[in-house]
Design a protein around this ligand. Sequence first.
Ligand code: FAD
Length: 503
Amino acid sequence: MSDRQIKKIVIVGGGSAGWMTAAALANAVGQSCSITLVESESIGTVGVGEATIPPIKYFNQTLGIDEATFVKETQGSFKLGIEFIDWAEKGKAYFHPFGRYGAEFDSVPFYHYWMREHLAGNVDSLDDYSMAWVAAKNHRFDHPMRDKRQIQSTYDYAYHFDATLYAQYLREYAEARGVTRFEGKVVAANLCAEDGFIEAIKLENGDVIDADFFIDCSGFGGLLIEKTLKTGYIDWSHWLPCDRAVAATCERVGDTLPYTKSTAKDAGWQWRIPLQHRTGNGYVYCSQYKDQDTATETLLNGLDGAPTSEPKHLRFTTGMRKEFWHKNCVAIGLSAGFMEPLESTSLHMIQYAIMRLIAMFPDKDMSPLLQEEYNKLTREEYERIRDFLILHYTATQRDDTEFWRYCKNMSIPDTLQYKIDHFQNGGRIVSHAGELFTNPSWIAVYIGQNIIPSRAPAITQMRSHVPVSDRLKNIHDAMADAAAHMPNHDDFIANYCQSAALQ
Ligand code: FAD
């Protein structure tokens, strides 16, 4: 063993970020070094974060987690995408599906042909060509097929789960693999006078825990990365102005929908996340245009079942740390930055931060080159997701409240304007390598929010011999038929992963 090898890791925080990190590091490096997690029950966790996106499956697979057991233990359900209601204009809904649109029948992408036919007035809804939506709207779910020739291979899925049960599940996993948990409040950190590295953290009861490497998963406060190392924060509130949320759970009513709902409200939007034992709800809003009491009233009036928890109030500032990795400390989770949960990206960003960290795992020297690359990649990830989220707001046609008028008229990042310009002028999607949201996601939101290109891509006009309308009809019919043969989502859960409490 090299004497520069890391022997002790301390994770501060036991929310989803802390336990996801502990579980993954226990799996990856736990044989070679000790991992300690410190959390404070009196401080608690943010307690939300229940909707995910498809790559979470790979996180679980890497950890060797059995899907059925996992969904069962976390009272989870399956998610085929997000329905956005009243975002473009009041009364209009669209679906952001997991997976792609249609099926390829030519070298020209499906959505280019859809656009041509749409502009010619021959087809209407793009949603009708998404296998995920055709299943979701019929409350159906099944695992996608692997055979790429089948229409049932064109969708993907993620999970909804109970955030507290998720952290508990990962805690058991991590502790079974040697992670040591300390209960207590961290009150200070000792810095090395020579190089400014963190040497140890001090707990309220006087205990001191030293380590070579510290992972800050302490939530919004950023105990180590900000309060100790003072790395600074970039504020994006002018582009994503929501800064508060009120969350409440309610009794589940009716079928467990295999998708998340996001409904635009006067000064933000409301989420609905269906689980096996309850439904999670929250109103994300902008405090400049809505006070806490009215927001709470809006949320509670919009529940479809009796409330089962007191409303929980949360405050945040959208943005990111100037540095995510500084000296011998990496911030993961809410301590690294925050973007509202509109596209369920936070847990994903935790997952990718962990994967990036494992791929660039340092020794005690904490190579500045590694830090630079890690920070660059993380910054790019944040900025790209940020632009995708802003698109939902800037592309509204709503002008019925001050909040929506602000969103409609605000300036937006040049990087996003460039993408919108390309789409408006000929339906081109500009995407970057490694971008989380790929072409179908951008198309879903462009079209859903009424950004319609002035003309279809030129190539579609040059392929008049392709029997497009026949192909579209076949795809449409094949999707309807496939959905009709899928199990109902609740039956699927009952047969595969029903929580013991509901059996
Ligand atoms: P926290 O849950 O806040 O955990 C912080 C931990 O640090 C706690 O254990 C706390 O006790 C500990 N701690 C803090 N200070 C100290 C101290 N001094 N000493 C000891 N311990 C300390 N993400 C999604 O992917 N999907 C969603 O649908 C989604 N919805 C969201 C809705 C809202 C309104 C918000 C605000 C966030 C949402 N998120 C969502 C984000 C998601 O909740 C977080 O990314 C995730 O829960 C990780 O949080 P965390 O572990 O970083 O922080």
